[in-house]
Structures are given as C-alpha cells and as structure tokens.
Ligand binder design. Structure first.
Ligand SMILES: [Zn+2]
Length: 151
C-alpha cells in the first residue's frame, strides 16, 4: 500500500479539545498502572501543519515547535530510545485518543518488558506482530477501562 507522507507539528495541550485532554489523562494514568509503567511518561500532542503554520515558517524560518514528516494516517508515536514520552494526534475524538494512548503505551511496555524493540532491524522484522499486539491491547484496555467512551 502506498504511503502518503504529511508534515506534522507539536501543539500545546491547551489547543487540544477538552474531552480529548480529559480522556488522555485518564487513559495515561490507568494504563501506566495496568502495564506497570512509570507515572512520569509524558504525553505530547501533534496535528498536521495548516496554512498558518506554513506561512509562519515561510516568514520566520525554522519554527519554535517540533515538526516531523510521517504517514498521513499516523495516530501516535513513541520515543523509541527510552519510552519516556508518547505523542498523540489531536482532533480525532476522545475514543481515538484513548486508543492511541493505550497503543503507544503498549509499545513502551514492549520495549521495557520484552526488550524486543532494541534496534531498527528488530522493529522491521517484527513490525506486523508488534502492531497487532498494540492494537489488540488498546481495544481490550479501552473497552475495560473506559467502557462508556463514545467514538
Ligand atoms: Zn504502533
């Protein structure tokens, strides 16, 4: 399947919809506890660049916020090196945000518990299994922890 790349930027939590913010805090807290992960894991937010961001870049050069390019469908990512933070895409609705938090925290646990995401070659070799495990965990965890969450 062809991948369409898109550029994204970090956004401050105050620009994230209140219902997404609330559910993200709940999910982060519950799932870190469920997986035995440290409460210090930080959540950062991103969204696609808009025309305002692009004109600001054109005027001022390098922006003061973090940017990256990735698959346009990306919902979240983790800090591959130490799992100290996860990144979540905003504006997808509370259920999507909760699932993404759970999915990314599962990746953190995969690294710290199973240790099989040590290098890029391992990630490539086990990519499908790693993603399937994170998706399965996320949907079960959110159904149990946040059963009343609307899509
Ligand atoms: Zn994943």
């Amino acid at each position: 399947m062809a991948t369409t790349m898109e550029r994204f930027r970090e956004v401050p939590s105050h620009s994230v919809p209140a219902d997404e913010l609330e559910v993200s805090r709940l999910a982060l807290d519950c799932i870190c506890r469920a997986l035995g992960l440290p409460a210090s894991i930080r959540l950062r937010w991103f969204r696609p660049l808009n025309t305002f961001d692009e004109s600001a870049e054109a005027c001022f050069g390098a922006p003061p916020w973090a940017t990256f390019a990735d698959d346009e469908r990306i919902r979240g990512r983790m800090n591959q090196r130490d799992g100290s933070e996860i990144w979540v895409r905003s504006h997808g609705g509370p259920r999507r945000v909760a699932l993404t938090v759970a999915h990314e925290l599962r990746h953190v646990a995969q690294v710290s518990t199973h240790g099989f995401l040590i290098n890029a070659a391992d990630i490539d070799a086990h990519h499908a299994a790693i993603e399937a495990d994170a998706d399965d965990f996320a949907s079960s965890a959110i159904d149990v922890l946040l059963p009343n969450l609307k899509p």
